[in-house]
Design a protein around this ligand. Structure first.
Ligand SMILES: [Zn+2]
Ligand SMILES: [Zn+2]
Length: 261
């Protein structure tokens, strides 16, 4: 490992499906030898959208205060940054813009978790994959990822090839490459998300071939464990760095929404 390592994708209990306090995530990062972390909890969205899986708008100030407490406690030992995992869902852009304007974020991930009303990464709704044409599903998904890149709201696209989570791989690949062209053109990074190694697909997001295609387009990567508990912080970063460096990719971080590295 050469450059100081950051884990820039992790959650807090405010989203309702993560455990461990921010200070426990920070301590886990110190124990793992990381230089810093960026909290990116699931941001508030309009009340009708995915409410059980994210903090409410009236919890946002608490989130910021919790991260700032961890910042103060670990000052000089671990850099603690403040970010969000935002959702891209057509129709919610103005709401997202308002939340992004409410605090000085270091890093904002734009993720697509829904195709229409279907939360396709929710284990409860995997039966839906059987009634869909996979190529069409991926076309729809990557069109949304392109929308996220074009919105101008985000620094990176979250877990790029997420619909593969339960093993439903992209039969085609064309839409993914087109999305990477748009992501490169708009100057975004990719969340290199090691959570995929903990899921049925047993592969990080993005897959090795997409990692290569992104690197060829000059798209940098931001390392993230997508930890929902402290022991997941820094998960398989050695493997992640190898997958990125094997194809000549670059690893960066964000601070004050400015890219470093
Ligand atoms: Zn989550
Ligand atoms: Zn996500």
């Amino acid at each position: 490992m050469t450059a100081p390592l950051f884990d820039s994708h992790m959650h807090t209990p405010l989203c309702g499906h993560a455990t461990g306090s921010p200070r426990e995530y920070a301590q886990a990062a110190l124990d793992a030898g990381l230089a810093g972390i960026c909290f990116t909890d699931h941001m508030p969205m309009p009340a009708w959208y995915d409410a059980p899986w994210r903090m409410r708008r009236d919890q946002l100030a608490q989130y910021v205060a919790d991260v700032q407490d961890a910042q103060a406690e670990f000052a000089g030992r671990l850099e603690v940054r403040l970010g969000l995992e935002a959702d891209f869902h057509p129709g919610t852009e103005r709401y997202v813009e308002e939340v992004l304007g409410a605090h000085p974020w270091d890093y904002v991930i734009g993720s697509v978790h829904y195709i229409g009303a279907w939360g396709f990464d929710n284990p409860e709704f995997t039966a839906e994959y059987d009634s869909r044409d996979l190529a069409g599903l991926y076309r729809d998904y990557y069109a949304l990822a392109e929308g996220a890149a074009k919105s101008g709201l985000f620094d990176a696209i979250g877990h790029l090839d997420l619909p593969k989570k339960f093993g439903h791989r992209d039969p085609d690949g064309y839409a993914a490459l087109h999305a990477l062209d748009v992501i490169a053109e708009r100057g975004l990074a990719l969340d290199f998300n090691t959570a995929g190694w903990r899921k049925p697909v047993a592969e990080a997001y993005p897959a090795p071939d997409l990692t290569r295609a992104a690197a060829e387009r000059g798209i940098p990567f931001v390392l993230g464990s997508d930890a929902h508990k402290p022991e997941e912080v820094g998960h398989r970063f050695t493997d992640a760095i190898k997958q990125i460096h094997d194809v000549g990719g670059r690893i960066v971080t964000y601070q004050g929404r400015v890219r470093h590295g």
